[in-house]
Design a protein around this ligand. Structure first.
Ligand code: ATP
Ligand code: MG
Length: 358
């Protein structure tokens, strides 16, 4: 069986370091591993509209921003197909057929959707499109027969939902669809990177992000005002690591090489953590180190991003070509599905025969 990746992001803002550690960094590694037959990366504008329907301008203006973030991180259009969701209308048609295979109560049980409904104040009037988005996501994944979906932890319930739909479709209509596997980051700090405010998840919608496109000075300011341990007041106080965002970010980004370069008095992160919990290590020193680590990681990304932004017409062509390619693949899966469902009347020589033989 072919090895295929499908993953993507909503164009609701520029991408942030949560996206980077949760999914983007992995995608680039997988792309360069050469182990996959096809890699599809989708800018999920239709999904973004499910909770931004009143503000299509926001979605529109972030499409090229997300594409620039992709290219800046090292996704290579020679190796991956970058496309825009709404440019592949076959995905909507697939969604329509999947909607019959899922109950409303199953959708409402989805913990990520539940949390997002609360966050958006949709409790009393949930748009049907919003509660339906896990089904639409199942179409995105299965239309490309993806075997692997590299995502952050918040996407686990979506992949589970997708697997259920695949099993149900195949058991009713025949073996057409492929059950995908989720690929979470191996480092638990990266599964759900918290916001700079210490909130559970860095998220475009919460405004607690360090963006891949942030200038050096913005990064420094955000790091220096980051949430740590509120009870760690004097340098001599023992500090807590649990819920301490600065240490979570170090878990996600710091390497032993960073220590050798910027903080050689500590061998590695464990040594720094031990000192912090013992007492005698101030937040400012730890934050300065984190700032160095982030500057080193994000500087080259920001610079590449600027270069691609100067060639924005080329980026536009990449998305157009990718969307045409994605359309062909999704169309072929849709044809197979309709044949399995026996609703491909005009391609089905038996359709009239069945009528005559009745
Ligand atoms: P929105 O607030 O519009 O939902 P978002 O910041 O949650 O935006 P998405 O486009 O929904 O971003 O997520 C895209 C991908 O990035 C998903 O795979 C998701 O799991 C991952 N991701 C998003 N935020 C984080 C985070 N804080 N830590 C790890 N992974 C993340
Ligand atoms: Mg999200």
């Amino acid at each position: 069986m072919k090895k295929v990746i499908l993953t993507g992001d909503r164009p609701t803002g520029r991408l942030h370091i949560g996206h980077y550690v949760g999914s983007l960094r992995r995608r680039v590694e997988l792309q360069n591993s050469g182990e996959f037959d096809n890699i599809y990366i989708m800018i999920a504008d239709a999904q973004a509209l499910t909770d931004n329907f009143e503000n299509p301008g926001k979605v529109r203006s972030n499409i090229l921003e997300v594409a620039l973030d992709y290219l800046a991180c090292g996704l290579d259009p020679e190796k991956v197909t970058l496309f825009i969701q709404s440019a592949v209308p076959e995905l909507t048609e697939i969604t329509f057929y999947y909607m019959n295979l899922v109950t409303l109560s199953r959708l409402q049980r989805n913990p990520t959707v539940k949390a997002e409904i609360q966050m958006r104040g949709f409790e009393t009037s949930i748009p049907v499109g919003f509660v339906n988005y896990p089904i639409s996501q199942a179409s995105d994944i299965t239309a490309f027969k993806a075997t692997v979906v590299p995502v952050g932890e918040d996407q686990l319930p979506m992949i589970e939902q997708t697997r259920e739909i695949v099993r149900k479709f195949n058991s009713i209509y025949g073996d057409v669809l492929v059950e995908p596997d989720v690929m979470l980051p191996s480092n638990s700090a990266c599964c759900r990177l918290p916001g700079t405010d210490g909130k559970a998840k860095m998220s475009k919608s919460l405004g607690n992000c360090i963006y891949l496109s942030d200038e050096a000075e913005d990064i420094r300011k955000k790091v220096m005002s980051m949430y740590t341990d509120p009870d760690h007041i004097k340098v001599s106080d023992p500090g807590k690591l649990e819920g301490n965002t600065v240490f979570t970010y170090l878990d996600a980004f710091a390497t032993d090489e960073h220590f050798a370069k910027y903080l050689p008095e500590y061998e590695n992160l464990q040594a720094l953590k031990d000192h912090y919990t013992r007492g005698g290590l101030g937040d400012v020193k730890v934050k300065k180190f984190l700032n160095n680590v982030l500057q080193e990681t994000l500087g080259p990304i920001r610079e590449r991003r600027k270069q691609y932004a100067e060639n924005i017409e080329w980026v536009y062509e990449v998305l157009k070509k990718g969307s045409d390619e994605a359309r062909k693949v999704a169309g072929a899966t849709l044809d197979e599905m309709k044949a399995a469902m026996k609703i491909n009347y005009f391609e089905d020589a038996d359709f009239l025969k069945d009528f005559s033989n009745k």
